[in-house]
Design a protein around this ligand. Structure first.
Ligand code: 9MG
Length: 275
């Protein structure tokens, strides 16, 4: 499998690392605006040198209980950063957004992948993504970030998530989107209990065999903290293990904070696979 955008090809015959770059007020809060951009670019360079091939830029915090961000605020945060990364680096850039305007403005300055945790359900998002004709990650979430962990419920979490992704994909294709631009993500931590999350991780191969690349994001998430009884800062080994298990179960894009450590783990896994 592969992705194509803006005259680039991303080979998904082995897992690729997507490095996380959150550009929310708390992420680089100790700096002024110019230095914030500078620090973010330094962070991008570090992740690329450590083995990331995709940088995921987000201007909206998607943590449980996070407040929503206005369109203008998200545009102000994301678009100049996408433009700056595009000018400096020859990497893949994904933008974590659900807003049609952020998608189209980011595409103008070099975005390669739309990463939408709301699977194109916001106004105009579906038609915009189809028009942009870029690879698009459709992620499953039950509820909204502010309330999603209140009381997650599924009849059968694997079947329910599978049905949701199939339905969103069918709509995308009906509107004229191309199958080769679809990426799937079960949405670890988005409206799911610890048990739901680990069931989805265990059964991830069910999603991977459906014909679309699977993206997995477990990095530092509370499902790991719940098992390890560790704070966010103490979840490095849990995160690397989670990424590796996701790769083993068919994920080909791994969304992580700790790029260098994940890259080492993948190299060992790959050596075993190639032996
Ligand atoms: C933005 N974001 C936070 N967690 C994520 C996950 O698990 N997958 C994707 N696609 N995006 C995420």
């Amino acid at each position: 499998m592969k992705l194509q955008a803006n005259n680039k090809v991303l080979d998904l015959s082995h897992p690729q690392i997507m490095g996380i770059l959150n550009f929310t007020p708390d992420s680089f809060s100790d700096s002024g605006q110019f230095f914030q951009l500078d620090k973010a670019l330094f962070q991008v360079e570090k992740m690329l040198n450590a083995g990331a091939s995709i940088i995921d830029i987000g201007g909206e915090s998607t943590r449980p209980n996070a407040q929503e961000v206005s369109e203008q605020e998200e545009l102000n945060r994301v678009v100049p950063l996408v433009e700056a990364v595009r000018k400096r680096f020859d990497c893949w850039i994904s933008v974590d957004t659900s807003k049609a305007m952020v998608m189209s403005e980011s595409a103008k300055v070099g975005m390669d992948i739309i990463n939408d945790i709301r699977a194109l359900q916001e106004p105009d998002a579906l038609t915009t993504a189809v028009k942009l004709a870029l690879p698009t990650c459709l992620m499953h979430m039950q509820g909204q970030p502010r309330t999603m962990q209140a009381n997650p419920y599924y009849k059968n979490v694997v079947e329910d998530v599978l049905e949701f992704l199939q339905n969103r994909t069918a709509l995308f294709l009906q509107q004229g989107g191309k199958a080769e631009n679809v990426i799937w993500d079960v949405g670890f931590g988005f409206g799911k209990t610890v048990q739901h999350n680990f069931t989805l991780l265990q059964q991830q191969a069910r999603f991977a065999v459906q014909g679309y690349p699977v993206l997995a994001g477990l990095s530092r998430k509370s499902m790991l903290g719940a098992v390890l009884d560790k704070t966010v800062e103490q979840r490095l080994i849990g995160s690397v293990t989670g990424a590796l298990l996701a790769a083993q179960n068919g994920a080909t894009i791994l969304r992580v904070h700790d790029v260098a450590e994940t890259a080492d783990a993948l190299k060992i896994w790959q050596a075993m696979m190639n032996a």
